[in-house]
Design a protein around this ligand. Structure first.
Ligand code: SF4
Length: 485
């Protein structure tokens, strides 16, 4: 949703109301598309931040639950921009020029210079917005189907050029058509902010009343027969009134047996009783900036984790150089191919079995260049007789892994950190460093012979990874197999 300010009832019944339902049945990502606002409103950004916040408030007031879905702001997840850039390398200009809205919007806004690269490319940014979450479905209205078709074409083209181990990286998502009931603006045109004919979700009850009372109707004269389908007030009844009231006004309107004044008073009642709890939630949230901040932050973290997993696969498929490939002695192909847990551990029954399969597969892969002999499920012996402990952990919160294993005298410690996309990063802590820090691990853990717990954490200041207890940056040991001789 673009941050055009407070949302109106057209946005609510056309999208948001459906999203609230979808969050219970699907794993959903909903965001405020603030970069998209710049494609047309690049010359005035004075309200951009405030408007983004208003939209988030409307999302939450409508009933989107941050515990059930990811709610975030597009510019907080920069991976969208990276994927957009990579797509821009492979998308023919003609594909963008023929998107129907490109010409239409230029014609609709004759006073605005839209001969901008960003404006032409916005459907591609939208393709990146969608594909970065590798979704099965995109919930949109009919008018967006050309954009989703372009998204599918871009995914297809990407997969033609780039694959990961012969498999496509990006899905071709399906449209999940949003049933959007008709809702005219108060002047009988399409409800739109720019026509000044909308009722806002957050309008107070007296404002709603005034707007409905001032609405143009389908019966210029009292004796005229009308149709609720063609009347903004009739539309409101169709959406917000119960079936009995709807039947009553439909009959009254088509038979000219009620007045529009009566009909409007009933519509005010129906709309206001629907909006009352939404307004109440919005007021409460607007007072609670801590909660709002936490929601936006939590949403960005959840979205970033999913987006980053896709980008890892995308970068690998394209063949961009991985840092691990520089640090390690593994061949470039091996490092770039990465090890993916779902491929490795598909047959695992239990968690223990899963860990053993991952550990073993990693050792097999590494053994192509550095022979490792298995001693115990999690211990291997290198060619020079070094004892190598290999342990796996899944990402817990964003950027944090916790390894725990029975203490055992080791020469080399290998930490296999699994990201949400199932990719493994392997940190190989060499003997000298391990010796220096092992005592500290033990000191902090207590007695010898107990379980060792090691926390690996992404550093907020940059991409380096720290072993928390001893504050040891381990990024340099990523894929560095020199200690496995
Ligand atoms: S009776 Fe109601 S639905 Fe019919 S034209 Fe008047 S306001 Fe519209």
């Amino acid at each position: 949703m673009r941050p055009t300010g407070k949302l109106h009832l057209g946005n609510y019944v056309g999208a948001l109301q459906n999203w609230v339902k979808l969050q219970h049945s699907h794993d959903c990502f909903f965001f405020v598309a603030d970069w998209h606002a710049l494609t047309t409103d690049y010359d005035d950004t004075s309200r951009l931040a405030d408007n983004s916040l208003e939209v988030i408030l409307d999302f939450l007031a409508a009933g989107l639950d941050p515990e059930k879905c990811a709610i975030f702001v597009q510019s907080h997840v920069r991976e969208h921009a990276e994927l957009h850039l990579l797509f821009s390398m492979i998308t023919p200009l003609g594909w963008l020029e023929r998107v129907p809205t490109y010409k239409e919007q230029q014609q609709q806004m004759p006073n605005k210079d839209l001969h901008m690269y960003g404006f032409l490319g916005y459907p591609l940014l939208q393709a990146a917005d969608i594909l970065i979450y590798r979704p099965d479905f995109v919930p949109v209205g009919e008018d967006q189907s050309a954009h989703i078709e372009l998204t599918r074409e871009v995914a297809r083209r990407f997969n033609q050029f780039y694959q990961l181990k012969g498999k496509p990286v990006l899905p071709e998502p399906q449209i999940l058509l949003t049933p959007a009931p008709k809702l005219l603006g108060t002047d009988k045109r399409k409800m739109s902010k720019s026509y000044d004919n909308s009722i806002l979700m957050s309008d107070e009850a007296p404002v709603v009343e005034q707007k409905i009372k001032n609405s143009v109707t389908d019966r210029p004269k009292l004796s005229d027969r009308g149709s609720p389908d063609r009347c903004p007030v009739g539309n409101l009844h169709q959406i917000f009134s119960d079936s009995q009231r709807l039947a009553h006004i439909t009959e009254g309107c088509t038979q000219a047996s009620i007045t529009c004044v009566e009909c409007k008073a009933l519509a005010v009642e129906s709309v206001n009783s629907h909006l009352a709890p939404i307004r109440e939630r919005r007021h409460a949230l607007a007072q609670n900036s801590g909660k709002l901040r936490q929601t936006i932050q939590q949403g960005a973290q959840k979205a970033t984790a999913a987006a980053e997993a896709t980008m890892t696969a995308v970068r690998d498929a394209i063949g961009l150089l991985r840092l691990g490939a520089v640090a390690g002695l593994a061949s470039k192909e091996e490092a770039a191919a990465g090890l993916r847990v779902p491929d490795l551990a598909a047959s695992a029954g239990s968690d223990k079995e899963r860990r053993e399969i991952i550990t073993k597969s990693w050792a097999e892969q590494v053994s192509k260049t550095h022979l490792l002999k298995q001693d115990k499920p999690d211990t291997f012996i290198s060619r020079k007789g070094r004892k190598v402990g290999v342990h796996t952990a899944q990402e817990r919160e964003h950027g944090s892994w916790e390894f725990s294993f029975p203490e055992r005298s080791l020469n080399v410690l290998v930490l296999l950190a699994e990201d949400p996309g199932g990719f493994l990063s392997d940190y190989v802590i060499p003997p000298k460093i391990l010796q220096e820090h092992w005592k500290q691990f033990e000191r902090e853990q207590g007695e010898r012979g107990t379980t060792v717990r090691i926390k690996l954490k992404k550093d907020t200041g940059g991409p380096s990874i720290l072993l928390e207890q001893s504050n040891l940056p381990v990024q340099q040991y990523l894929g560095d197999y020199s200690a496995l001789q």
